[in-house]
Design a protein around this ligand. Structure first.
Ligand SMILES: Cc1ncc(COP(=O)(O)O)c(C=O)c1O
Length: 389
């Protein structure tokens, strides 16, 4: 455990981060395309967030109850998500689990449907690793295929005692596979099905939140889900997650017992307020979209010059790269190691993340370094083609 399925060449321990750059304990520096697996949305040690953190630290962090920051943050989040209430916790898993609990409390039903292969966290009800998980933990979880509304309808029909919630990510971002945007038919089909059967539609925004849009990621479809789970980017690296929901689910949310010793800590809430303010001031989504577009076009160009056929999928702010014919992922691994050696930190089988600190100048440096990585891969590919002849 500990290296998130990264090749052995990757550093285990990390010393510091600044803007778009990170340093390992041996002093090597990298341009960071992982952003701590999503939380760093403004850049490492963003000065606006750090000064809000220092101000709150001087007042206190974990007190006998929440500080006024919780009200300020809930109001801000409500405005962005068009939701009526917020609850705060620490990790994305807390948020998805609380959202499911609220939906069950509201409907009195047990069953929850998720897309096969989607990651919603590490709790027994959703972890992809069944070790230590009982059959009972999973008894009330059903599955459908992402972007296949008929499979959702079948999963609902297969639930004789009804369905409490359907949880779905804003786009398909399963690790190890090309990403897929949701079809309009899927999004609106889910919305209609949930509305007609009294099922809570839960959007798991833990990975996507505040990168794709300032508010909900399905706002572009005109869809406000019944519940949303947030985490990662919300605090620019400080530990905070949230569930937001519609007024119809307020009572259910008030009725459940969900808490933790650190859930009301004020520092991460101050960090989240400063993060949301800065995202707005910097027009961060637009910035990340522009940088991501530059990165995608640059990578396409470089791959072409090295005669490599690649796919780049998903939103440009959350890039995913795969190589033609790389069924076992061996080329992606070689590429990630070559990129690391060239000074770019990226993952071979997980989507990457951009932040507002990835300016066009940073992207150009990334492209410069990735040219070496693509050259290494191209040499490997042509060597193995020659050997197979
Ligand atoms: C879509 C999604 N949901 C939930 C989680 C769980 O979040 P956490 O690791 O903060 O518990 C993740 C984490 O990667 C995620 O990507």
């Amino acid at each position: 455990m500990g290296k998130a399925k990264l090749p052995a060449e990757f550093p285990q321990f990390h010393e510091r981060g600044d803007g778009a750059e990170v340093w390992d304990v041996n002093g090597a520096s990298y341009i960071d395309l992982m952003c701590s697996w999503g939380p760093i949305v403004l850049g490492h040690r963003d000065p606006r967030v750090e000064s809000a953190v220092c101000r709150q630290l001087a007042l206190g962090d974990t007190l006998n109850g929440p500080s006024p920051r919780i009200v300020e943050l809930a109001e801000q989040l409500g405005g962005l998500t068009r939701h009526a209430w917020s609850m705060f916790m620490k990790n994305g898993t807390d948020a998805t689990t609380v959202a499911v609990t609220v939906a069950r409390a509201a409907s009195g039903r047990d069953r929850v449907l998720v897309a096969r292969g989607s990651y919603h966290g590490s709790a027994p009800w959703c972890t992809p690793n069944r070790t230590g998980v009982t059959a009972a933990d999973r008894e009330e979880v059903g599955y459908f295929e992402y972007n296949d509304i008929d499979s959702v309808r079948r999963a609902v029909a297969d639930a004789p005692r009804g369905v409490a919630a359907i949880m779905v990510t804003p786009f398909k971002h399963d690790a190890g596979f090309d990403q897929a945007m949701p079809s309009s038919e899927f999004v609106h089909g889910l919305q209609d099905l949930c509305a007609s059967a009294g099922i809570a539609l839960i959007l798991d925004e833990v990975r996507t939140g505040f990168r794709l849009a300032r508010g909900g990621s399905w706002e572009a479809f005109g869809v406000v889900p019944d519940l949303s789970a947030w985490g990662k980017a919300l605090g620019n690296g400080y530990p905070i997650a949230a569930v937001t929901g519609t007024d119809a689910l307020r009572q259910a949310a008030e009725s459940i017992f969900a808490t933790g010793s650190y859930w009301y800590s004020a520092v991460p809430m101050a960090a989240a307020i400063a993060t949301l303010d800065s995202l707005d001031e910097l027009r961060a989504v637009e910035r990340m979209t522009a940088s991501g577009t530059r990165l995608r076009a640059g990578i396409a160009n470089i791959a072409r010059t090295h005669n490599l056929t690649i796919s780049q999928t998903g939103p440009v702010q959350m890039p995913y790269l795969s190589f033609d014919g790389d069924d076992d992922g061996a080329i992606r691994e070689r590429f990630s190691v070559a990129a690391l050696r060239a000074g770019v930190f990226l993952h071979p089988r997980h989507n990457w993340f951009l932040s507002a600190a990835h300016t066009s100048e940073v992207i150009d440096r990334v492209l410069d370094r990735l040219d070496d990585a693509f050259a290494t891969v191209a040499r490997d590919v042509s060597r193995s083609l020659a050997e197979s002849r």
